[in-house]
Design a protein around this ligand. Structure first.
Ligand SMILES: Cc1cc2nc3c(=O)[nH]c(=O)nc-3n(C[C@H](O)[C@H](O)[C@H](O)COP(=O)(O)O)c2cc1C
Length: 385
């Protein structure tokens, strides 16, 4: 049941790369902003200046990011907050409508929707994505997640499939969508999970291409799904262990090549950047340790079945979870942050989706101090403001 858009020859991919310009800028290291559609973003903190996640703030951020040459905005698909004093990520904007709104108000930047495959019917999903893609004239990106929070599934009255089956379903869901994006004729889709009849889907994605498809998975099964079906995959990197990440990148790329495909690897980082290392460390400590929303942190960890009883290193894990629930923690002055990002590029990552404590107030400093350093290192084009 493969659709023609699923078979990516390198010539197709080159054409696709030219079309989807912003995500495929010439920058060696691409940058995106991750998690801005959620209250508190990725910092589980009670500090009053934490991120609002409001539409007004998201719009201003996307427009400033675009001006600065940032390639993409990546939202988090979140239906239910994590409780605690702040109800961490309890106020969130739905990601495809958020993307459509941002695409209407920007010109270059790619905006992703992060979509839980099991929660949205593929006929509705395919049309929503195409609509956003037309609004953005080819700048919509799809980030597929299969879901991990049981209580969100309860809200939908759905039962989570076991882990392997989640990706079987996602494979079928995505094939159905790719067919809707490409088949000119009416067609049936007699899948194992989806039995769809007489499908007609018009228009197709913008300008005969299709959206960039990303996947955020960490398991072997999730990665195999990405290698077979997606253009990008998020991989984790641990500070001081970049060689392990480099090996993962090489492995995923080699497997994709063996399957006749090409895939770019991305990672995530939560950045605290201040004029001096001391100021950065102190501010990070203030937000993420002294004023963490520990009620929310403990809830997040208990949902992942991480408790002091099951994990002797619980205290360390707790600190890590307060800072973005995973992903790399980057703290330091502008030189250090630029060097860390350069290291991730050298590790083989095509891009990094970054989060900031308050994107609105922290991004201008990152733009002013870190982006020019990355340009000097040859990793990004210099943009004069
Ligand atoms: C960068 C990144 C972003 C993610 N974003 C979301 C999200 O927005 N919503 C969500 O429910 N899960 C999200 N996840 C969780 C993944 O979809 C996935 O369930 C989790 O990483 C476990 O991977 P696995 O399914 O391969 O075991 C994200 C994971 C990563 C690494």
């Amino acid at each position: 049941m493969n659709s023609s858009v699923d078979k990516q020859s390198s010539a197709d991919r080159d054409a696709f790369m030219r079309e989807r310009v912003s995500m495929y800028s010439n920058n060696k290291l691409k940058l995106g902003l991750f998690g801005a559609n959620c209250s508190s973003g990725r910092s589980v903190t009670t500090v009053p200046e934490r991120w609002s996640g409001s539409w007004k703030d998201c719009l201003a951020l996307a427009q400033t990011a675009e001006e600065a040459g940032i390639e993409f905005m990546l939202p988090i698909g979140r239906w239910k907050g994590y409780g605690g004093e702040t109800d961490y990520q309890g106020t969130t904007l739905e990601t495809v409508t958020w993307a459509a709104g941002l695409l209407a108000k920007t010109k270059k930047i790619t905006v992703f929707g992060t979509v839980h495959a099991p929660m949205i019917h593929p006929v509705i999903a395919a049309k929503e994505f195409v609509t956003a893609d037309h609004i953005g004239e080819g700048r919509f990106g799809l980030n597929i997640v299969v879901g991990w929070n049981e209580d969100e599934f309860d809200m939908f009255g759905l039962e989570q499939r076991d882990h392997e089956r989640r990706y079987d379903y996602a494979t079928e869901w995505l094939h159905a969508i790719k067919m809707m994006w490409s088949c000119e004729e009416q067609f049936d889709f007699p899948g194992e999970f989806l039995k769809l009849k007489d499908i007609r889907a018009k228009p197709k994605p913008y300008n005969g291409t299709r959206p960039f498809i990303m996947n955020a998975a960490v398991s072997d099964t999730g990665r195999a799904f990405a290698i077979a079906n997606c253009d990008g995959l998020f991989c984790s990197a641990t500070y001081g262990k970049f060689e392990v990440a480099a090996e993962q990148v090489r492995d995923v790329k080699a497997k994709a090549r063996a399957a006749g495909r090409d895939i770019d690897l991305f990672t995530t980082g939560v950045i605290t950047c201040r004029p001096t290392a001391k100021e950065a460390e102190e501010y990070h400590r203030h937000c993420i340790i002294d004023n963490a929303d520990w009620g929310a942190v403990d809830h997040i960890l208990s949902m992942r079945k991480i408790t002091p009883e099951t994990h002797p290193d619980y205290i360390a894990l707790r600190k890590h979870a307060a800072n973005g629930m995973g992903g790399l923690t980057l703290i330091g002055d502008p030189d250090k942050i630029a060097n860390d990002l350069a290291m991730l590029s050298a590790t083989g990552f095509a891009g990094v989706a970054i989060s900031l404590m308050n994107y609105g107030t922290d991004f201008p400093y990152f733009r002013q101090e870190v982006l020019p350093r990355l340009a000097k290192m040859g990793l990004r084009e210099e943009i004069k403001s």
